[in-house]
Design a protein around this ligand. Structure first.
Ligand code: ZN
Length: 191
């Protein structure tokens, strides 16, 4: 995928509408990499800095920040796989708990939101985690899913009436791997 297309946050396979409200920030964070073809915007400080600026959270990026951002991103993606039928991932949940503590997320009653008290990239990641947490409370979270095709993992918002969508795009991913094979493999993996 073109780097600019990835940065724009406007790429939505299958012509799906993106998530609404703050959850859209979570979706954009997870979709900061084209896992199959590249690039990964969080590969280096410059790319992470660009993504943060484009998403209204400019921050000074330190050398360790890209690796941390990638770890949090993949932990979020793991939760989105769980929203799509994969087993829960306690390791990923622990990664997010640690990132929330680094961000010093605090409830702010005037905003009815979790707000990060840290600075820099920790705070930006905190905004993403605060948005994810809020959407868990308002019920929209379970519709943000990761595409299960091995090389894809794209985050999409499932607006189908019974929340039954599995693939980011039936044409791009659903056609390459049948749901039956996917679920057989999942069952084998989880024993
Ligand atoms: Zn896909």
């Amino acid at each position: 995928m073109e780097r600019e297309a990835l940065l724009s946050g406007l790429v939505h396979p299958g012509d799906r509408e993106p998530a609404a409200g703050p959850l859209r920030l979570v979706q954009a964070f997870v979709n900061s990499v084209d896992s199959e073809h590249g690039p990964d915007l969080f590969d280096d400080s410059q790319g992470l800095g660009e993504w943060l600026a484009r998403n209204g959270m400019p921050a000074d990026v330190r050398p360790d920040d890209p690796a941390t951002a990638r770890e949090v991103r993949e932990a979020l993606r793991s939760l989105l796989h769980a929203n799509n039928g994969a087993p829960r991932d306690p390791t990923a949940e622990a990664v997010l708990d640690r990132a929330a503590r680094r961000a010093r997320l605090e409830p702010v009653f005037g905003a009815a939101a979790l707000v990060p008290r840290a600075t820099g990239v920790d705070a930006a990641v905190g905004h993403v985690l605060g948005a994810a947490f809020a959407s868990m409370l308002d019920g929209s979270w379970s519709r943000l899913k990761a595409c299960p095709r091995e090389l894809c993992g794209w985050a999409f918002y499932d607006r189908s009436s019974n929340a039954s969508a599995t693939w980011c795009s039936m044409r791009v991913c659903g056609g390459r791997e049948k749901a039956g094979a996917y679920y057989r493999r999942r069952r084998a993996a989880s024993g």
